[in-house]
Design a protein around this ligand. Structure first.
Ligand SMILES: C[S@@+](CC[C@H](N)C(=O)[O-])C[C@H]1O[C@@H](n2cnc3c(N)ncnc32)[C@H](O)[C@@H]1O
Length: 285
């Protein structure tokens, strides 16, 4: 277990800010040398100060210890995560489509695995109403701190916990539905396997898992834009279309494709069989 804070990354924000300042000056027509000189002489102190104030103004994670995971957490992006999603076209409409596929009903108990800043978790909490319950979890302390702050601001009933999908602090068969949105490509193969088994354990028989993630893309544009990701260890197999194989291997079936988002993300639904003796497939090579 470890305890990290956004302030551990404080050094990163002044550097990002300086790069941004040089970029803006270049866009205004200055030469490289002039842009670097102006940033260094005039902009540096202000930009460094802004970067430090920015990182110190982020919510401080509580005293809970963060779980160790081999999954890729993106703590340093947490303060910008929601804006980045909107910029990438993953705003409210995207979250609403997930909600449609999940078809949540009033009174259901729902898990948002790897919830990040909890945007969908809060929408799901509205959908299940006061008789239901939605819990989001993530191993990133800053993500969880931001999720809790935003839920408190909106008066949302969603709650958040620090946890990793490979070791869930929840009872067997205690959820009607679970979501893994944009998480599987952050997990190495072994963590994908153990995480999906854990989700299968906490889903009730007949419960459903909704997965949204990268897939074998049909669109040339998204193949070009996402090309670097297809070469990173944890995401390469998602580009090879292996998510349904992992789901079935964890005993979650049938697996159905429920839609796509802009020809680059696929929505799957995988069921936990009603029979308690779910057949678990042999791992693929
Ligand atoms: C791209 S974000 C997706 C966040 C959110 N689900 C969404 O749709 O916006 C990926 C998230 O996966 C989380 N993650 C990484 N390793 C994990 C693990 N072992 N268990 C659960 N979540 C993990 C990261 O901390 C990060 O918040």
């Amino acid at each position: 277990m470890r305890r990290t804070s956004i302030r551990d990354h404080a050094w990163l924000y002044p550097i990002l800010s300086l790069v941004l300042a040089v970029g803006i000056l270049l866009a205004f027509g200055l030469t490289w040398w002039h842009a670097l000189a102006v940033t260094a002489l005039l902009g540096c102190p202000l930009v460094v100060l802004w970067g430090l104030i920015f990182s110190w103004s982020q919510p401080e994670p509580g005293s809970e210890l963060a779980p160790e995971t081999d999954g890729v957490t993106i703590e340093w992006i947490a303060p910008f995560y929601d804006r980045l999603c909107t910029l990438l076209g993953l705003g409210r409409a995207f979250r609403r489509q997930i909600l449609e596929v999940a078809a949540l009903k009033a009174g259901e108990r729902v898990l948002d695995a790897g919830c990040g800043t909890g945007v969908w978790t809060r929408l799901a909490a509205e959908a299940v109403g006061s008789s239901g319950q939605v819990i989001g979890f993530d191993p990133g302390p800053t993500m969880i701190a931001i999720a809790r702050r935003n839920a408190a601001r909106e008066g949302s009933r969603a709650t958040f916990e620090l946890a990793a999908v490979e070791e869930l602090p929840f009872e067997d068969a205690s959820f009607d539905a679970a979501l893994l949105s944009l998480v599987l490509h952050h997990l190495p193969a072994e963590v994908k396997r153990s995480g999906l088994k854990e989700i299968g354990r906490v889903l009730r028989p007949g419960g459903r898992l909704i997965v949204v993630d990268l897939d074998q893309s049909n669109s040339v544009l998204s193949r070009i834009v996402l090309w670097p990701l297809s070469h990173i260890g944890s995401s390469a197999d998602t580009f090879d279309g292996k998510i349904p194989i992992y789901l079935r291997e964890a005993g979650l079936k049938p697996v159905t494709v429920e839609g796509q988002w802009r020809k680059s993300l696929t929505f799957w639904r995988a069921m936990k069989p009603l029979s308690s003796i779910a057949s678990v497939e042999t791992p693929f090579k």
